[in-house]
Every structure is written in C-alpha cells, then in structure tokens.
Write a protein that binds this ligand. Sequence first.
Ligand SMILES: Nc1ncnc2c1ncn2[C@@H]1O[C@H](COP(=O)(O)OP(=O)(O)OP(=O)(O)O)[C@@H](O)[C@H]1O
Length: 272
Amino acid sequence: MMTNNNSMAVQAPASAASLSVYSNIIFDCKGLDLYYGAFQALKKISMRIERNQITALIGPSGCGKSTFLRTLNRMNDLVPGCRVEGQVLLSGVDIYKEIDPIVLRRHVGMVFQQPNPFPKSIYDNVAYGPRLKGITRKSDLDEIVERSLRQAAIWDELKDRLHKSALGLSGGQQQRLCIARALAVEPEVLLMDEATSALDPISTAHIEELAVKLKEDYTVVMVTHNMQQAQRIADKTAFFYLGEMVEYGDTKQIFENPKEERTIRYVSGNFG
Ligand SMILES: Nc1ncnc2c1ncn2[C@@H]1O[C@H](COP(=O)(O)OP(=O)(O)OP(=O)(O)O)[C@@H](O)[C@H]1O
C-alpha cells in the first residue's frame, strides 16, 4: 500500500460547507480565461476535478487541452505575455493568489510528452526534488528513491543500476523514471501531458497500469489524443474544442452517450 504523507498538504478553507465540497473535489475551476497576448486560448472554463480519479482531456489539436492542463500548476506563468483570468481552486485555495508557484508545483507534479530525465544518475534524478526541499540525510534520500521508484513500478528494473546515467534507459523506462521523480516530492496531483504518445505499446500499457494504480493515492489529470486510452483508464473525460470545454462527464457517458453535437461528431470520428 502506498502512502502519501504530504506534510505540506494544501489546507482547505475552514467553513463546513466548503470542507465537505473539497473532500471530493481537488480542483474547482471557475470561469477560467487564458490569453497568449491578444489570442484567447481558453474561454470560460468551469469544471470540477475529483480526487483519486483519472480525468482525461480530449479534443482536436490546438483546442487548449495542454494549455488548460498547464493552468493547474501555473506552468503557463513561464510563457511571456500569458494572462489568466478567473479562478483555479486547489482544495479551496486560489492557486493564482494564495500559493507560491514553486510550492504549488510540489503539490501538482507534471510529466511531459517526451521523457525528460536530467543528465544525471537515476538516483540523482529522483533525489533532485527532495534535495531542493532540504532533505540531505542519505538514509532519508535512499528511502525516498526506493519508495518513488517502487510507486512508479520500476524499482525491480533499476535497483542494481541506480548510479548509472538515466540517459541510458529506454524511452518507456525514462518516462517511468520521470513519474518517480515527480512522485518523490509527494504531490497530490500528477498531470500527464500526452505522456505515452512517444512510447511503444508495451511501455504505454505499463504507464496506463501505473496511472490506474496511482489514483489510489493521487489524482491524475491527463491530456491524450488516444481515445481508446481515455476509455481504458479515465473515470471522467472532458472534451475541449476551440478553447471551450464543450462537455464533461463520466467517460462511459462521453463516449457512449454524448449530449453535445460537437462531442458526438468528435467521438464518432466525424469531425472537421
Ligand atoms: N506559448 C504559446 N504562445 C502562443 N500561443 C500558444 C502558446 N501555446 C499554445 N498556444 C496556442 O493556444 C492554442 C491551444 O494550444 P494547446 O497547445 O493548449 O492545444 P492542445 O489542444 O493541447 O493541442 P495539441 O493536441 O496539438 O497538443 C493553440 O492555438 C496554440 O497555437
């Protein structure tokens, strides 16, 4: 059984009503608009993302899925000219007003399309975040490295080569290492931006199994172009189109009984 003792867990607001709402809801996005300069990439997105679930974001290229994902840990702050209006609440806390982005990104980790291990040893990749947090004792780091690699289902493959370069691993192994690196700082949420699209089917299956296992302890939000993948592993699915969130619901409902015309056309492959 994995544990997620996050000593820095974001505190929910005090009122009983909001506490009960945020026991199930991790992200509450309210009227979110995002602009890259004059271009509006997200339009009035309001959605609630549930804890300990996998939520998939689907939609055609350029519709704002990655942009939306990146609003959840303020990665868009790094884009010059990017402006966000509206609110994103994490356990009731406004992430654009009430949390330092560096601290936020410890709570909300991210894995990208291309595995991006640092040119360091496997051990040092996983220990990187904990060291930044000030953990220096070797025994503590050893424990974190083992726990994180086990959570990412790659300990058995890597335990005898921890001090070898991460760049010598296969793409699928590198991606699981990147997941271990993200888990090492004990986040609450893991964002996955097309995390399997550069991988072969076997590595993809490993990551899918892993995501399903991780949701016992974490919340997973993933962008995917692979509609079968969303149907295999996502509890909830949101369909984005031209910067709008068109429809959001249980994955089964979105794929088998969509309500909006644009969703019907997209999931049946008759789009554009
Ligand atoms: N850094 C940026 N500067 C300016 N415009 C951007 C930037 N990043 C994305 N955009 C634009 O915002 C819109 C949404 O892009 P985004 O990458 O979020 O879409 P997406 O649905 O994830 O696409 P894909 O499936 O191709 O990855 C697109 O029109 C894109 O060109």
